[in-house]
Design a protein around this ligand. Structure first.
Ligand code: AKB
Length: 314
């Protein structure tokens, strides 16, 4: 029998595309989208939707039991920039939602869990280039602290209770279909929309701020691949480093200019600069490549080409 999947936070940047991909793979009725708010028409009309608050264990449990859910993808979270404005809210949402789902795993009510971590688990004392899988982690944002704590809980629930939880440390994600919300890497999506609509962009990071990034297509494929990998191949039950590309605002602007010669960029760094400065510039993901055969497809040039093409015809 085909598996039943619940996506919590299905209306967000990753959740929307992940839900659509899972519906293509497993059948629309097998994939239950859920969120605290409604999503875009395509998501709402393509399969079942349940309104729920990820922080409410009873609601999450009811939906899991009602639909006989096998796998949960918990994508609800408050990201780095918004998290700095609402630290307690970010902590509560990011931690409570995870503990609710981990407990459902421990109680045997769901079989497998995906939970996203982030490059935000790293901090200013982490080696900046080719950041290893295991290294110093002293995050300075509340989002990073919640993701690092979450990683420890995932590993703990796996080791103590045998919960099959799998996780990836996502870099900044770039997509033409959905907009990010409240992150530090959001500029790398916004720049395309502004380049097309206005021909210029004012960036909230300095020109030479290198950050790890990934095209959404690669990120969704990684998420599906890690969830479908043999459990014995998943050696990291905290979270896996994952790398696609790494670039600065200046480099992506140059790449956009190759396609839109009139495009111009200016810089006005704000509070997000400090967050970006605390994160790595590039990530070593050898372990994911070795354990579950991860391979990225998109580099800066192919990603820029596709983003501009898709947004121009949209
Ligand atoms: C953010 O910028 O907060 C996120 C992330 C890197 O996890 N995109």
């Amino acid at each position: 029998m085909a598996k039943k999947v619940l996506v919590i936070g299905a209306c967000g940047q990753i959740g929307t595309e992940l839900t659509m991909r899972l519906r293509e793979m497993y059948g629309a009725e097998q994939v239950i989208a859920s969120d605290i708010r409604e999503g875009n028409d395509q998501l709402m009309q393509s399969g079942p939707f349940e309104q729920l608050d990820a922080m409410n264990k009873e609601q999450v449990e009811d939906v899991c039991l009602h639909y006989e859910i096998d796998e949960v993808f918990l994508m609800a979270a408050m990201l780095s920039a918004t998290g700095e404005k609402f630290p307690k809210k970010a902590w509560n949402l990011n931690m409570d939602s995870l503990m609710n789902v981990l407990d459902l795993g421990r109680e045997g009510k769901v079989e497998k869990i995906f939970w996203p971590s982030s490059i935000a688990v790293f901090g200013p004392t982490t080696p900046k280039e080719n950041t290893p899988q295991h290294t110093i982690m002293e995050p300075t944002t509340v989002y990073g602290i919640s993701k690092q704590t979450g990683e420890r809980w995932c590993e703990y629930y796996h080791n103590k209770y045998g919960v099959d939880v799998r996780s990836i440390r996502y870099p900044g994600l770039i997509s033409w279909k959905t907009q990010p919300g409240g992150g530090t890497t959001d500029y790398a999506v916004d720049i395309f929309h502004q380049a097309i609509s206005k021909g210029s962009y004012e960036c909230f990071l300095k020109p030479d701020t290198a950050l790890p990034m990934m095209y959404m297509e690669d990120a969704i494929r990684a998420t599906v691949e890690i969830m479908n990998a043999d459990p014995t191949s998943i050696k990291e039950r905290s979270s896996y480093n994952l790398s696609g590309m790494s670039f600065t605002p200046e480099e992506i602007a140059q790449e956009i200019k190759k396609n839109l010669p009139e495009f111009s960029i200016s810089y006005r760094p704000d509070f997000r600069q400090e967050i970006a400065d605390s994160w790595p510039g590039s990530i070593d993901d050898q372990q994911a490549r070795k354990d579950w055969n991860w391979e990225h497809k998109y580099a800066l040039d192919s990603m820029v080409q596709e983003m501009l093409q898709q947004l121009k015809t949209d």
